[in-house]
Design a protein around this ligand. Structure first.
Ligand SMILES: Cc1cc2nc3c(=O)[nH]c(=O)nc-3n(C[C@H](O)[C@H](O)[C@H](O)COP(=O)(O)OP(=O)(O)OC[C@H]3O[C@@H](n4cnc5c(N)ncnc54)[C@H](O)[C@@H]3O)c2cc1C
Length: 394
């Protein structure tokens, strides 16, 4: 295993990855596997906490297998076959016996991924924050004062990315992001047993609430578009009280999540953004882990192409490869207007309650078997009919 002591770290690498989450690990693993000298710099030491519901879909499973190979069974803590969808206390729909959903603790999940990258030969500098990047010369400045230069730089440093900030000249706004509050509670302390993920559409503006089981703990959270909500803490407290019949008394933590606004350029000048740093989170479900792994992998593939001389323009190549993700997120953003807007939300709930196939479609979306583009095409007419019924009162 490679060392992380700063005095052993070189001053130059072929590639530097800022951030060792799922995006950074996927990029580093892919590059190291192909023999590229790559160094990952993370501000924390692994294992480290990451606020997250930890829900892993079939898409995440497929991406993991394509990038890291075997070992999926070690990556999660809980598995279930369905989900329940609520509007207030009303169960509007549910699904059982569909594929599988997995729930992980990011503390272990991320540590295992970064270990896989290290085992392939990636170096890891941990407990060192990148404080600034010089894009033109591709220099990472670390908090200790050390500087590392590289030929290619992958910014996988999450939603508050220093690398993305440098690329966008500090012009990233919070308004296009969601904010989420979450608490992890002992399952035994709750008034009822949670066996599968529960999604609540009434709990916050332009977002949802969730209760996710994970063996002996349960994760409770609310998240919604930052610009549409005033008091996230009040929303969380109300959500908890309504679900469990008591006041919340534990520790709740908050974090921003990209929610529809992704980077158009995905980087520049040999600097590539991946995962949350690029804004690659589904603006309806909030799923980001699968896209983080996928984009990290695509960034590494683009670097490999450039190194082999097959492609001259690494950024254009990466943008092209990412279109399979960004195209979908753009369709999802359109559909989201219908799902979350106060004007049409009730229609969506009616459609969800009436439809025998809606939960299945939801799961298919989360597995990548159905695309948002196909969904929009197939459901557009049905929704118009439903809207007409509502207006005419039939
Ligand atoms: C409350 C909440 C619940 C969520 N639930 C889910 C869910 O159930 N399922 C799902 O798929 N997604 C979920 N997400 C989204 C998911 O967490 C992210 O999309 C995913 O973690 C993105 O991975 P990443 O590798 O891009 O970034 P991250 O996982 O954020 O990793 C970034 C890494 O960069 C490091 N870093 C940051 N800044 C610096 C710096 N300056 N220098 C060096 N290192 C740095 C960090 O320490 C971190 O290790 C949730 C998000 C939140 C906030």
């Amino acid at each position: 295993m490679r060392t992380h002591h700063l005095h052993c770290v070189k001053n130059h690498y072929t590639a530097v990855v800022v951030g060792g989450g799922p995006a950074g690990s996927a990029a580093a693993h892919t590059l190291a596997k192909s023999g590229v000298e790559v160094c990952v710099v993370d501000r924390f030491r692994f294992p480290r906490q990451k606020l997250c519901g930890g829900l892993l879909t079939q898409r995440a499973k497929k991406n993991y297998a394509a990038i890291f190979g075997p070992g999926w069974e070690e990556m999660y803590d809980y598995r279930c076959n369905g989900a329940k969808f609520f509007d207030g206390e009303r169960l509007v729909n549910s699904i059982y016996n569909y594929g599988e959903l997995y729930l992980c603790d990011r503390y272990r999940f991320d540590a295992r991924l970064i270990d896989k990258a290290r085992q392939r030969g990636a170096e890891l500098v941990q407990g060192e924050r990148v404080t600034a990047v010089d894009l033109r010369h591709r220099v990472c400045k670390l908090q200790s004062g050390k500087e590392i230069t590289c030929r290619y730089l992958i910014g996988a440093d999450g939603v508050n990315s220093v690398v993305a900030n440098a690329i966008h000249n500090g012009k990233t706004s919070r308004n296009g992001k969601a904010f989420a509050l979450e608490a992890t509670l002992p399952a035994a302390a709750l008034s009822r047993k949670i066996a599968e993920p529960e999604i609540y559409f009434d709990s916050i503006e332009w977002g949802y609430g969730w209760i996710f089981p994970r063996n002996d703990v349960v994760v409770v959270g609310v998240g919604g578009l930052f610009s549409k909500n005033r008091d996230f803490r009040a929303s969380f407290n109300t959500f908890y009280r309504n679900r469990f019949g008591s006041e919340f008394a534990g520790v709740v933590k908050g974090h921003f999540v990209p929610f529809g606004e992704y980077s158009r350029g995905m980087g520049r000048d040999g600097v590539l953004l991946a995962g949350d740093a690029a804004g690659l989170v589904d603006p309806i479900t909030g799923e980001g882990i699968a896209y983080a792994m996928q984009s990290g992998w695509l960034a590494a593939q683009s670097v490999l192409e450039a190194l082999s001389g097959k492609s001259k323009y690494v950024n254009a190549e990466y943008r092209k490869r990412c279109a399979e993700i960004t195209g979908e997120l753009a369709y999802a953003a359109k559909i989201r207007n219908f799902l979350f807007s106060p004007a049409t939300r009730a229609l969506f709930i009616t459609a969800l309650a009436r439809s025998a196939s809606a939960p299945r479609r939801y799961m298919e979306l989360m597995s990548g078997e159905l695309t948002y583009r196909e969904l929009l095409k197939n459901s557009g007419r049905k929704l118009l009919r439903l809207a007409a019924d509502k207006i005419t009162g039939t």
